[in-house]
Design a protein around this ligand. Structure first.
Ligand SMILES: Cc1cc2nc3c(=O)[nH]c(=O)nc-3n(C[C@H](O)[C@H](O)[C@H](O)COP(=O)(O)OP(=O)(O)OC[C@H]3O[C@@H](n4cnc5c(N)ncnc54)[C@H](O)[C@@H]3O)c2cc1C
Length: 382
């Protein structure tokens, strides 16, 4: 294993770190209050190429592989959740299926717009009756000449309220077994029969939107099928698998930010005539936070290193996602404890980051689902 970072990647990582620290974090309260990302920040993210970090260079992206992307994703993980959602989805599940399985024509049409940030992306698989159990999705796509006609509902679709293109997983053959039942489509919101449903308010997640989406005899061109008909389950799973690694990196970034905030606070908060950092109880919390973060980072980089070499890494990706998301939760909890009442107060970022961290164990495959994947692999090993 070689985790050394090439100079150009190091420069980009440092630039993203600086951007988050100096330009995003100072505007976090504004993002919360206005429930939107300021235009100037979006423009800066576009200028830096952040929407297309993983998109191949021939389509206008930076063409950075899985290992390099974990470094960027860790820095983005320190930013407000709205930034993470925009950048994470554009570089992950919003574009991944297209990069891996799109036709040349589809790639030429969509990828440059996604890479520039001109097109906001979204990925729709979850339905009211199908969350962890992806095989239970019911949204149906029926071929009708040169079109497919979609009927069904999705929910909790991040970025959907303003997405320019949504990668949608739907059933194309009800009778087939799971591995051949679904297909993936690119749907633009101006398609007839497409509509946005209820906005879904959540515990965290100000500054970016998620909502239900509805398909009522929604007609899309047959050319918008992504990959072969009936291969949708594999397409979706392979995108989600790779996405777990960058998701784990973002969890690590958020945890690192909380550790730094907690360390600073412990140094300056005085009780019983001494900084609380001098109490062993606080030191032990900081030590446990730092150790878990280090382990999460190494697991994530190892999974990414394997993925970059196209070595099978489903097991490591699930382990990294499980461990890093649980770490973010535990670190957030300790951060609140170290900050005392200030950790519970709305006017301090720790309280919001604690709520944001809670999502990580649910989205993109819950902790329980990661454990099911891991245990299955363990039991299959000799
Ligand atoms: C803020 C937010 C944004 C989201 N964005 C998107 C998005 O952009 N696109 C999208 O498609 N979806 C999105 N989702 C949905 C997300 O992917 C699902 O919430 C997630 O997959 C879990 O599904 P569920 O909520 O239906 O929980 P369920 O599947 O109903 O699970 C409920 C509980 O049961 C457990 N459980 C389920 N099955 C088993 C089992 N076999 N063994 C043991 N335990 C089990 C789960 O781990 C969980 O603890 C988002 C969700 C949120 C909250």
């Amino acid at each position: 294993m070689d985790f050394s970072i090439p100079d150009d990647l190091q420069q980009l990582r440092d630039a993203v770190r600086d951007f988050v620290l100096k330009e995003v974090i100072p505007l976090e309260n504004q993002i919360e209050a206005e429930d939107r990302v300021p235009g100037a920040l979006l423009e800066k993210m576009q200028e830096m190429g952040l929407f297309g970090v993983t998109i191949p260079a021939e389509y206008g992206g930076l063409g950075i592989g899985p290992f390099g992307y974990t470094l960027i994703s860790e820095e983005i993980g320190k930013a407000h959740g709205a930034i993470r959602a925009l950048i994470g989805i554009s570089n992950g599940i919003g574009s991944k299926a297209l990069v891996k399985y799109g036709t040349e024509q589809q790639k030429q049409h969509y990828l440059p717009k996604m890479a520039s940030g001109g097109f906001i992306t979204s990925f729709a698989i979850s339905e009211p009756g199908a969350g962890s159990d992806v095989a239970a999705i019911k949204t149906l796509a029926v071929r009708d000449g040169e079109h497919y006609v979609l009927n069904g509902n999705k929910h909790f679709i991040t970025n959907a309220p303003y997405a320019d293109v949504i990668t949608v997983v739907a059933v194309t053959s009800k009778e087939s077994r799971t591995s051949e039942r679904m297909s993936v489509f690119l749907v633009e919101p101006d398609a007839p029969g497409f509509s946005l449903g209820r906005t879904q308010e959540t515990m965290g997640g100000k500054g970016y939107g998620r909502c239900e989406i509805n398909f009522e005899d929604c007609r899309i061109p047959a050319a918008n099928l992504l990959g072969d008909e009936g291969r949708g389950f594999q397409v979706a799973m392979s995108c989600l698998e790779e996405g777990r690694i960058s998701y784990a990196a973002a969890c690590t970034g958020l945890a690192q930010r909380l550790l730094e905030m907690s360390t600073d606070y412990a140094r300056q908060r005085v009780q019983f005539g001494r900084p609380i950092a001098e109490f062993q109880a606080i030191q032990f919390m900081l030590a446990e936070m730092a150790t878990s973060i280090y382990a999460a980072r190494m697991m994530t980089r190892h999974a990414a290193w394997k993925c970059e070499r196209q070595v099978k890494c489903a097991q490591e990706a699930s382990m990294a996602k499980l461990f890093a998301s649980e770490t973010a939760g535990q670190v957030a909890d300790s951060a609140v404890q170290i900050h005392g009442a200030m950790g519970y107060a709305r006017d301090y970022a720790v309280e919001r980051l604690y709520r944001e961290a809670r999502l990580f164990r649910i989205a993109e495959g819950t902790s329980e689902i990661q454990k099911i994947v891991i245990a299955k692999n363990v039991l299959q090993e000799e």
